[in-house]
Design a protein around this ligand. Sequence first.
Ligand SMILES: [Zn+2]
Ligand SMILES: [Zn+2]
Length: 416
Amino acid sequence: MINVPKGTKDVLPSDSCKWQALESAAREVARLYNANEIRTPAFEYTELFLRGVGDTTDIVNKEMYTFEDKGGRSITLKPEGTAGAVRSFIENNLAESLYQKVFYFTPVFRYERPQAGRLREHHQFGVEFFGSAEAGADAEVISLAHTFLNKIGISGLTLYINSIGCPTCRAEYNKALTAYLSKKSADLCPVCNDRITRNPLRVLDCKIPECKQALVGAPKIIDFLCADCGTHFGRLRQALQDFDIPYEINPDIVRGLDYYTRTVFEFVSNGIGAQGTVCGGGRYDNLVQSLGGKSTPACGFGMGLERLLLTLESLGKASCAPRGPDVYVATADSEGKAVQNAAVSLLRRNGISVETDRTGRGLKSQIARADKLEARRLLVLGATETSSGIYTVKNMSTGETAQSDFDRLPQTVKAE
Ligand SMILES: [Zn+2]
Ligand SMILES: [Zn+2]
């Protein structure tokens, strides 16, 4: 037997309605913000992520699925959603179009130790707003996430916001952080020691307890913001207040990606243990330019759908029932079989969902099957019906019956 690859999961027919519910809620909310869907490939040239995500991040260093294709090109399965959307934004000149707010559903691939809500292939709902440097755009993005999370019934989330500044204030902060980390270098892991000079901010992502301990008392970037970044952060806070979205400032949130500038945020749940971030995002004013586009400010978020479903399950809100067919068409004998295809096709042409027997079950067992499937109506075809021209449609929950000729079967099935 061949199993599903480690770190991946099937979505089974009995569960797919949960996914559909999430996706349709996301589409409805995106519509409220006039965001349109974008679909980009599951893989890109590796260089996009080296330049886009950053070559000192954990994602790029340890977690990417990278391979050479038969043409000798280095290909990487998407480790996150933003870089592909930005690549497409630039390549298709969307800056000149009406479509500067996009959303997407995408698989995301990361080679990491599988744990609850963390798979090697998971799926994200992402949103990117291009073209606005205003804090109001950050607040709109956060508000979209907030509205969606409320709509699907996730309660008890905390929104944490932080500002990680611009390259100007980052330079000042990096000096202070480097000085601090240099004094602690004996307590830091080898990877973090390497990062002290290459990209000190990434030391803050390290999950090793000794490194975390060494960071207690480290300078916080929010204390190093330049005047413009300080103003931006103040405006974001005001806008969130205007949107009536509660938040907490958390100076420890830096996100594990190099492209963020100024605003970063996370929605965190307490439902599934320590790893409870259900949505993360922020502003990335320099990414479009660094990937070869015209300088374009932007902000966005991604949320893992598997983790959202786990959170919903822990709240007892993830239930859904796949819909049974509108009618079960059973056959009693060979005369019934002779009109079976004409009947089911007439019903389906009229928008009625039909299940019918294709395995040669007896009539009794077909009716039991209809019951089990929770079909709403039952139509039995047999010699009695074909010779009289009178067909009986039974309501499976009330037991009531209605009679019809063959041509009016769709109307009779629909009528209640
Ligand atoms: Zn700044
Ligand atoms: Zn470390």
